[in-house]
Design a binder for this molecule. Sequence first.
Ligand code: GDP
Length: 450
Amino acid sequence: MLETVAKGFKAARNKLKGRTEITPEVVDDALRDIRVSLLEADVAFDVVKRFVARVREKAVGEVVETKVETKKGLVKVTPQDHFIKICHDELEALMGPVDTSLKVNGRGATGVMMVGLQGSGKTTTAGKLANRFLKDGKKPLLVAADIYRPAAVDQLKVLGQQLDVPVFHQAGLAPPELCRRAMEEAARTKRDVVIYDTAGRLAVDEPLMQELEDIKKTVAPDNILLVCDAMIGQDAVRTAAEFDRRLALDGFILTKLDGDARGGAALSIKEVTGKPIKFLGMGETLDRLEEFRPDGLASRILGFGDIVGLMKDFEQHVDEQQAEADAQKLLSGDFTLDDFVSQIRLVRKMGPLGELMEKFPLFGELPEGFQFDEAALGKIVAIVDSMTRAERQRPDLINDGRVKRVARGSGRSEKEVKDLLKQYNTMRGVMKQIGDAPGLLSRLPGIKQL
Ligand code: GDP
């Protein structure tokens, strides 16, 4: 995801690499790459212009080599680091701040009204939100108010069955009346959240907007969320602005970001409408909804992965303490091949590999177009399984003779064994670097003030 934007920032970073001083010309040169990739990614033109101007203003003159005092002593901050930090902060400011919590109704059930164009992922996302509420111990009620598309009602019923969440629908009612009855049903059956799945159209039209306004008036939902398809780029932003004008939205859920290389909508929507993205849809299944974290997305765009996001994924699959211990170990560079393989096993449980790997800091260093190969993971596990316990704990013990033996034992080639060791060492090095200099991830108080 977001490869197009990431490409420009990577090129810019490379231009600044190794320099101790940065002239305005060099900054402009680097910004040119960024500008082109933002436009290619379908970020709105004005947004690009303002973003580039802000980075330029902060970067020129500021970007020199300095040292900052940290808990680990003096750390050198290169002009490249400064520049990246400025880009990071500006990207974060572009997309945030975001409060991902939803407004809660103090008196009765909390209402969440989902609106959006047809095919944006509204019904699926209604199910994903219900799933989220369930996990928080809430009792949601789903309301099938898209009466024009019979399949939408059935689709919501199927999702409700999967989640064991009731779905309210009564044939023959106009949507506002249907929603009003759903509210009564929620009160009667003591549900505490009501999620209204409303009708969508292929494009914004007056009857649709009127109907949505009527529903809003009738049920006074606590939250109105627009579901937008990230793949349609600037069209999503235009749609967002129109819906916001009519309904005064609380925020957006951007779907299909998993398949979107460009990501223009993610970067423009807040700046254009003033309303934040609250969640990201990252896949078709009900667990693929993430809270939107602008700092995480900014880090990913800059090629530094998203350790916090990664840890959140971990936490869904392992207990919190374990995840924290693992994170510490990863960042200290002190993890063994056993840890490497247990992380791989965990990762395989956590979702599509390519997407997860994008959250690894290593990802920014990978060649363009690099594809993660799921089968390769099986090979890695086989190779590590053929090592002795001592070798797995201390991979530096593995000399050529041992490489031969491990290759024979696992049925892989010697080159594959060596490649694995190299990969492990690189990963350990990168993790350690990040653990030692978290400034790049803007978590170092000294750098935060720069
Ligand atoms: P609606 O017409 O707005 O209710 O859209 P649907 O919920 O029926 O979704 C349309 C299509 O998009 C379906 O095939 C969904 O599986 C798919 N979809 C929804 N959200 C996501 C997402 O976050 N990622 C991906 N890849 N597909 C999604």
